[in-house]
Design a protein around this ligand. Structure first.
Ligand SMILES: Nc1ncnc2c1ncn2[C@@H]1O[C@H](COP(=O)(O)OP(=O)(O)O)[C@@H](O)[C@H]1O
Ligand SMILES: CC(=O)OP(=O)(O)O
Ligand SMILES: [Mg+2]
Length: 391
């Protein structure tokens, strides 16, 4: 870590429906938050910016109309100019994918930008927005060091049995492999667990994108997402894994091309597609008692999650701890209760009061399988990684 004299790091974490940002003071390998906020899509034409200071007091909470994602970084920069006495010395960005060539944190220069541009197709929901954020901050803070931190880094050393896709070598040689995502979140969970890190850990990162990762002794050994963040378990608007024959069927029988398939599997499927209502778990929970399609969407999400966790328990030869994180993982006791109930055979025993309360350990005392809720500290992880990259 870069100990002295300390860095003020501005972080950007672009999710598929949100842009989280933070300002951190990093010193001696420790990050103190100065300001944190988020721009999120609440529904069509409804974008909200919220930010809080170091004490957690709200310093901004306003609607941005239908502001397009590529304008969001500009709103963050305006907010910083008006509300913070701090100027960043480093800017760290979450990059979901860097293509085959990039995974370790790297200083952003013209060559890295070209590689990121070529990687767009690997994560079209994320990379264009991240590139817009980089461009906006380069214009506003021309003298700041800028660092890219990749979701794929945590999974880069997965064993071949997990990273290899069952395809001919000629295609695999062109970078077609399982990359895995939500790596900054997983890294932050391993860091937060510290001495409590068990040998066999499963992280369920459940946000708009959702994934399940098997971690042995702090290292990723398998994960549910694949070449792109479209694969794996059911998500807000993404289908997750589908029978590949279904895609062929749509192409042959229904005339789908690449653009129509992308719209289908990245924007119109998942919780949104099943319910016909919404991708946001909060609204599905509200609707479910009177709406069978919303209830089915939640049940299918939990089933898909439970099956992935069971698969990762197989990979690890058993499991000592399951951590729930991400927007749904951290805030939805109903999803956690359903999944824990379905995994009772694996030793999951939930303490209902702890589950409702939310933070920390939610399994019963003495249970062999520990269930925990921890925040996805992707932003803090970006700050630590960015400050430590001085070259
Ligand atoms: N209190 C809550 N109950 C249920 N789900 C919630 C709650 N708060 C947030 N969420 C879910 O979390 C999702 C966003 O998670 P987040 O990790 O912030 O997403 P991303 O980073 O992919 O944009 C929302 O779509 C919503 O479904
Ligand atoms: C990788 C991914 O799906 O990220 P998010 O959940 O932030 O959209
Ligand atoms: Mg996210």
């Amino acid at each position: 870590m870069n100990d002295a004299p300390g860095e003020t790091v501005l972080t950007f974490n672009g999710g598929s429906s949100s842009l989280k940002f933070g300002l951190f003071e990093v010193r001696a390998g420790d990050a103190t938050v100065l300001l944190a906020g988020e721009i999120e899509t609440l529904g069509a034409g409804s974008v909200r910016l919220h930010a809080a200071d170091a004490a957690g007091s709200t310093i901004a909470d306003r609607m941005l109309g239908d502001a397009a994602p590529d304008s969001w970084a500009g709103h963050v920069v305006d907010l910083l100019d008006r509300s913070s006495g701090h100027r960043p010395s480093v800017i760290g960005h979450r990059l979901v994918h860097g293509g085959p060539a990039l995974s370790a944190p790297v200083r952003i220069d013209a060559a890295v930008l070209r590689q990121l541009d070529r990687a767009r197709g690997f994560a079209p929901l994320h990379i264009p927005q991240a590139l817009a954020t980089i461009r906006a901050t380069q214009l506003h803070f021309p003298h700041c060091r800028q660092v890219a931190c990749f979701d794929t880094a945590f999974h880069a050393a997965m064993p071949a049995v997990a990273s290899t896709l069952p395809l001919p070598a000629a295609l695999r040689d062109q970078g077609l492999r399982r990359y895995g995502f939500h790596g900054l979140s997983c890294q932050s969970i391993v860091r937060q667990l510290g001495a409590d890190l068990p040998e066999r850990l499963i992280v369920a990162h459940l946000g708009n994108g959702a994934s399940v990762t098997a971690i042995r002794a702090g290292r990723s050994v398998d994960t549910s997402m694949g070449l792109t963040p479209t694969g794996g378990i059911i998500m807000g608007r993404r289908s997750g894994d589908l029978d590949p024959g279904l895609l062929l069927h749509l192409m042959r029988e229904h005339g789908y091309g690449a653009a129509a398939l992308e719209r289908l599997v990245d924007h119109e499927s998942g919780l949104f597609g099943i319910s016909g209502l919404d991708s946001d778990m909060r609204r599905l929970n509200d609707a479910a008692p009177a709406n069978p399609a919303a209830a089915l969407a939640i049940a299918m999400f939990c089933r898909s999650l439970g099956k992935a966790i069971a698969g990762m328990a197989h990979v690890l030869g058993g499991v000592d701890m399951i951590v729930f994180t991400g927007g749904i993982g951290e805030h939805d006791p109903g999803v956690r209760a359903t999944v824990a109930g379905e995994l009772a055979w694996l030793g999951a025993t939930l303490d209902p009061a702890r589950n409702r309360a939310g933070g920390g350990r939610i399994s019963t005392d003495g249970a062999g399988l520990v269930l925990r809720v921890l925040p996805a500290q992707e932003d803090r992880q970006i700050a630590l990684l960015s400050a430590s990259l001085t070259a």
